[in-house]
Design a protein around this ligand. Structure first.
Ligand code: COA
Length: 327
């Protein structure tokens, strides 16, 4: 059975920062409150010229360059996003922008777990021998759906895109994974469709509404994360026949520095082994893990052969972990 190797990473460069001080001009909050509760100093907002597709394509281009792979060699593009440009799917626009003429492309939605779910999904196509080269992208523009007058949510989120390139290899570097969902907790974090009935003809009415802003029970999500994430990482490690002591880097979904600290402490992973870019990016949903991974690889922290434990968690509710060996 072919294995999976991770041979390139990339992220989009967003240039419009939104600081905590900026936000405090809009809602009743402060840099001190946001920093101590979340670890966030600033986040980035997509510019008017940016689309989800353009950000995703930029991240993918950087990842392909690192992998020294031409776009025409890509077999599959998997785009994890909850904020598509087009509800029919945005991955095909990314395929066109890249010139990945041979690739099939589709979207996958699992909110902030999207990147881990997409990585594991992509790996199955490689393991079965169907595809050789896959680009997995996590990209979100949550600023489109954030209620900028709700201080309990708007301080958390930012926009971004990150990507990795997977290649078929003799030795499998996806060492173990575990994916979970619990729809009974769906109400804790939503970006839900709100229908409005509009009479059409006779007794027939159509339901044409729009998506409501993000709503969240912060305390419930916090409790969920600090309990379920260590558990799911331990299950993925068990499948990989590894222990927490063998984790070189913990690359968690960047939701809140307090969550990163609590998960690391429960797993007994030293703080210097925890990758965090919370202060600069905030929570970029499906983009957060590949951006953190890419920054750590380019900074020379994550090196070839390092064992990286990644875990995503968020709306659905969904959560999942993948243990990979970089390079
Ligand atoms: N600025 C200032 N005060 C704020 C505020 C803000 N941006 N947001 C909330 N507050 C206030 C609340 O109104 C509350 O005031 P009160 O005591 O007078 O009612 C107080 O701060 C405490 O609110 P609380 O919700 O208990 O804070 P918290 O310590 O739980 O922190 C979160 C809030 C959102 C930072 C925290 O719950 C969290 O990170 N949860 C996880 C969210 C998450 O990661 N979601 C995405 C998952 S993918």
């Amino acid at each position: 059975m072919p294995g999976v190797s991770l041979v390139g990473s990339g992220s989009a460069c967003l240039t419009v920062p939104l600081t905590n001080a900026d936000l405090s001009q809009r809602v009743d909050t402060s840099d001190e409150w946001i920093l101590t509760r979340t670890g966030i100093r600033q986040r980035h907002i997509a510019a008017a010229a940016d689309s989800l597709a353009s950000l995703a394509a930029e991240a993918a281009r950087h990842a392909l360059t690192m992998a020294e792979l031409g776009a025409e060699e890509v077999d599959l593009i998997l785009l994890a996003t909850s904020t598509p440009d087009d509800l029919f799917g945005t991955a095909c626009q990314v395929q066109a922008a890249l010139g990945a003429t041979r690739a099939v492309a589709f979207d996958l939605t699992a909110a902030c777990s999207g990147f881990v779910f997409a990585l594991v999904t992509a790996a199955q196509y490689i393991r079965t021998g169907v595809f050789k080269h896959v680009v997995v992208i996590g990209a979100d523009v949550l600023s489109r759906w954030t209620n900028w007058d709700d201080r309990t949510t708007c301080v958390l989120f930012g926009d971004g895109a990150g990507a990795v390139v997977l290649r078929a290899a003799d030795r499998d570097r996806l060492l173990g994974f575990e994916l979970c969902s619990d729809g009974t907790l769906n109400h804790c974090l939503n970006l839900a469709y709100r229908a409005q009935a509009a009479p059409l003809v006779g007794d027939v009415a159509v339901q044409q509404g729009s998506f409501a802003p993000i709503t969240m029970n912060g305390r419930e999500v916090y409790k969920f994360a600090i309990n379920r994430v260590p558990e799911v990482i331990e299950k993925a490690l068990f499948r990989a026949s590894l222990t927490t002591a063998e984790i070189d880097w913990l690359v968690l979904h960047q939701a809140n520095q307090r969550i990163l600290d609590a998960v690391a402490s429960r797993l007994n992973v030293a703080p210097e082994r925890v990758v965090s870019n919370m202060d600069r990016h905030g929570n970029t949903s499906a983009a957060s893990i590949p951006i953190a991974l890419d920054e750590a690889v380019r900074a020379g922290q994550i090196k070839s052969g390092d064992v990286v434990a990644t875990a995503g968690f968020g709306a659905g509710l969904t959560w999942g972990a993948a243990i990979v060996q970089w390079g």
